[in-house]
Design a protein around this ligand. Structure first.
Ligand SMILES: *[C@@H]1O[C@H](CO)[C@@H](O)[C@H](O)[C@H]1NC(C)=O
Ligand SMILES: *[C@@H]1O[C@H](CO)[C@@H](O)[C@H](O)[C@H]1NC(C)=O
Ligand SMILES: *[C@@H]1O[C@H](CO)[C@@H](O)[C@H](O)[C@H]1NC(C)=O
Length: 195
């Protein structure tokens, strides 16, 4: 005959079991995955509109490039638009067109040649600001950059710090371009709504 397992429930075991289940119940109640908050807090804050103006320095040549190629397709060299090229950037943003002028932040992210017919970049980047009250705040940009066009408009899709809840757009205009090196200076006007 198989032995029947015997569990002896002493009073202290019962107390332990009760404590375990009741604390599990409290936990389940306090650790909610998501809950809706009243909008009052947000509505009390005034929505702001901020215009930022700066110059973006895309430096491919020299010992300290600010954008580097990280990948390309086997067919990229044969493509007139560089289709398939992926570049990572950490570009200085300055107050005036002169690279030696005050740096107000960096543009960090990726741009990739995503158009096989005309020159068009997919831009995925964070503007990290380092100046004044904006120090530490960021804006995120995601858009199409037809770099040969006069003014390109790209969406601002989010932000952090002073730019929480940001939406808006950026307008980019190339101010200098050196075909020999590929280096460029691009003027940015960014309009962001945020709280
Ligand atoms: C593409 O061109 C670059 C620069 O001339 C060269 O370094 C690279 O090897 C070429 N890649 C292919 C797949 O031909
Ligand atoms: C850029 O600024 C530096 C330092 O202020 C100055 O020496 C230089 O001449 C300026 N360059 C141009 C092109 O204005
Ligand atoms: C920005 O913030 C960083 C980190 O808090 C600090 O080290 C830096 O000095 C600040 N820069 C300016 C210009 O205030």
């Amino acid at each position: 005959m198989a032995a029947t397992p015997v569990v002896t429930l002493t009073p202290s075991t019962i107390v332990t079991i009760i404590i375990f289940f009741s604390s599990a119940f409290v936990l389940a109640n306090s650790e909610q995955f998501a809950r809706e908050l009243h909008r009052n807090k947000l509505d009390q804050k005034r929505e702001k509109l901020t215009h930022l103006h700066f110059y973006f320095h895309d430096i491919l040549s020299g010992a300290n490039p600010t954008a580097v190629d990280v990948a390309q397709a086997a067919t990229t060299n044969a493509s007139a638009t560089g289709f398939g090229l992926v570049r990572v950037m950490d570009e200085p943003l300055t107050e005036s067109q002169n690279l030696s002028s005050k740096q107000v932040g960096r543009a960090q992210g990726i741009y990739t040649s995503a158009d096989s017919r005309t020159v068009g970049l997919l831009m995925v980047l964070n503007f990290e600001f380092t100046e004044g009250k904006y120090n530490g705040s960021t804006l995120s940009l995601l858009g199409r950059n037809a770099v040969l066009s006069g003014v390109r408009e790209m969406p601002i899709v989010g932000g952090s710090g002073l730019f929480r809840y940001a939406t808006g757009y950026a307008q980019a205009k190339t101010r200098e371009f050196d075909p020999a090196t590929g280096n460029a200076i691009v003027e940015y006007n960014v309009f962001a709504r945020h709280y």
